[in-house]
Design a protein around this ligand. Structure first.
Ligand code: NAI
Length: 303
């Protein structure tokens, strides 16, 4: 059983102390998987209430993992939850949070100005050895890194929601990312139980670069009236073997999220027809019909 940093290769791991900044949907998941696999985690949020909220979510999620992994061993499950929980320390003080940090993973709001402000401060207070990563879905890693003086120790670590369940980690290299940093990222990804893929700092990396235009094209098909949303979803599930159809996937992801991704890319690359935002999504966003989370998107949901 490889729970915790007990194997000799893991003992030599470069990344032992991690700082996760932002304890929302993604940050709390990243903090959890790191703690679960024996890393010391410091979780940074903007106020104590949000730290508490993140910690509560992590405990609930750990309980779900324990129920599966320790089906016949409730005592072992309790120990797993308590030990994982004890490795996470919450704080609102970024300087304190990075004092001994090997790696900082940023998972704050998807906004370049806010990320710049954060990384500029972080670069000033973090020790020289500390590596930085952003979990951004759609912004350029190089542009985020540009405000720091450590581009060689900077890269993208792009996780998928829900983090404790999804196996993939996209490791993004900018031209300046050193081989040492890249190798440390790959080793850490493996240590937290993920399968790593590598790509350049290209819009959407691998998964979203393919998925976002595919979903937009499915919506365009529906907008033209070529097929109904139900039939498009059924077709891709039964004909292409996808677990979810593109229209239901768009409701699941949330139209605010995918729309702002497409708008960002469209603004930056106006000549790429794959990045043109959908009018019907624009309308849904204006009407606050954001999908599953608001009870209505292209489909209606009852709780
Ligand atoms: P979220 O809104 O759930 O969480 C963001 C958290 O960051 C909030 O709790 C906020 O209080 C906190 N925060 C904001 N500024 C901060 C600061 N300066 N210091 C500390 N905490 C701060 O957002 P979510 O969905 O977790 O997304 C975070 C990042 O992860 C974004 O860059 C997003 O693009 C990326 N991402 C999101 C995915 C998703 O499915 N939601 C998937 C993969 C990446």
């Amino acid at each position: 059983l490889k729970r915790g940093l007990s194997t000799s290769s893991a003992m030599n791991a470069v990344i032992k102390n991690v700082t996760i900044v932002g304890g929302g949907l993604m940050g709390s998941g990243i903090a959890q998987v790191a703690a679960q696999t024996g890393h010391n985690v410091t979780l940074v949020e903007v106020n104590p209430d949000l730290i508490k909220k993140a910690e509560d979510n992590i405990v609930k999620s750990l309980a779900r993992v324990a129920k599966k992994q320790f089906k016949d061993d409730p005592e072992g499950g309790k120990k797993f939850i308590a030990e994982s929980q004890s490795r996470i320390k919450g704080t609102t003080d970024i300087a304190e949070a990075v004092k001994d940090s090997d790696l900082v993973v940023e998972a704050i709001v998807e906004n370049m100005e806010i990320k710049h402000k954060f990384f500029k401060t972080l670069d000033e207070v973090a020790p020289a050895k500390t590596m930085f990563a952003s979990n951004t879905s759609s912004l350029s890693i190089g542009e985020i890194a540009s405000v720091t003086k450590r581009k060689d120790r900077f890269g993208g670590l792009h996780f998928f929601n829900p983090v404790p369940v999804m196996k993939l980690l996209e490791v993004v290299r900018i031209p300046e990312t050193s081989e040492e940093t890249y190798q440390a990222f790959m080793a850490w990804g493996k240590a937290i139980g993920k399968t790593c893929v590598t790509c350049k700092d290209t819009p959407g990396f691998i998964v979203n670069r393919l998925l976002v235009p595919y979903v937009a094209e499915a919506i365009r098909m529906m907008e033209r009236g070529d097929a109904s949303p139900r039939d498009i979803d059924t077709a891709m599930k039964l004909g292409a073997g996808y677990p979810m159809g593109p229209i239901e996937l768009s409701d699941y992801v949330g139209h605010d999220t995918s729309h702002s991704i497409l708008q960002g890319w469209h603004k930056k690359f106006p000549d790429n027809p794959l990045f043109v935002p959908n009018e019907s999504v624009d309308k849904l966003v204006k009407e606050k019909k954001l999908g599953l989370k608001t009870g209505e998107g292209f489909y209606k949901y009852t709780k």
